[in-house]
Design a protein around this ligand. Sequence first.
Ligand SMILES: NC(=O)c1ccc[n+]([C@@H]2O[C@H](COP(=O)([O-])OP(=O)(O)OC[C@H]3O[C@@H](n4cnc5c(N)ncnc54)[C@H](OP(=O)(O)O)[C@@H]3O)[C@@H](O)[C@H]2O)c1
Length: 288
Amino acid sequence: MKITGETKVIGIFGYPVRHSLSPLMQNAALMDLGLNYIYLPFEVRPEQLETAIKGIRALGISGVNITIPHKEKVIPFLDEVTEEASLIGSVNTIENKNGKLIGHNTDSMGYIRSLREDGGFEPRGKNILVIGAGGAARGIIAGLSMNDVSVIFIANRTVEKGKALAEEFKNKFRQINFSALPLSSLKDPEILSQVDLVVNATSMGLEEGAPDVEFSLTPPHTLVSDIIYKPAVTPFLKKAQDAGRKTLGGLGMLVYQGAISLEIWTSQKAKVEVMRNSLTPFLAPCKS
Ligand SMILES: NC(=O)c1ccc[n+]([C@@H]2O[C@H](COP(=O)([O-])OP(=O)(O)OC[C@H]3O[C@@H](n4cnc5c(N)ncnc54)[C@H](OP(=O)(O)O)[C@@H]3O)[C@@H](O)[C@H]2O)c1
């Protein structure tokens, strides 16, 4: 990578940010495309967020990704927010369009692209079980809703949170049937026999076990997806595979959301395989 007086800067604001895989995959994609850009991590403390956002304009930074804990709090500091980001209530990508800061959310589009391209799954008309009602679940539910699914069951540990989410989306997408369920429904034959896709959008991964779904009660064609990407086959996916179900890991969502962000900043189509391959060494299981 050759830095010149014309090199454009993009990056990521988060706190902490040093765990982020985005610099790795974005710089790999930029180099592959031969673009004179560099993608840098910026550790932005919560109390410095507003100043850091003003710095995007002041320094002529072309755009940034936004990660934990700033995704919701950044909205008041932007000039415009896309319809999708406003529906999700969070921004993960800022575009600097001649000094005007536009907030996008590419997580939900990233998930849908991964479903279609990696999972071979077309959401239109399908019945979906989403486990979780946090930020990631919200993005996935928004993406599925905008892609005309038929039914969305939201199963969450805190049922009230699932109910609030279902009510909010019911009012926005009246043609979709939303319902909130307790985690005990993950063994309910009446629910499971209807679903075409089961998504784990909780933070229950390796450490805390996985949501306990009785996959044998789902139809044989059901796709099972986990948005956690390390390990590639989570305990949740392993259990689904043992029951003979097709599975989709979370790496695709990470890579596609990044590819869509890069397209917003540079108007160039990123090669997702280059981005995915750049992460492979960092996602390999740790050797003890
Ligand atoms: N692949 C990707 O690109 C991608 C993108 C975004 C996020 N993610 C991953 O998605 C996961 C969720 O992120 P988030 O931002 O949505 O987090 P979040 O807003 O904190 O939500 C966490 C969700 O997990 C549930 N949960 C947590 N611990 C649980 C437990 N012990 N038992 C049952 N439910 C539990 C919570 O239920 P309650 O409501 O009851 O607390 C809530 O629904 C994280 O692991 C994150 O790394 C991946």
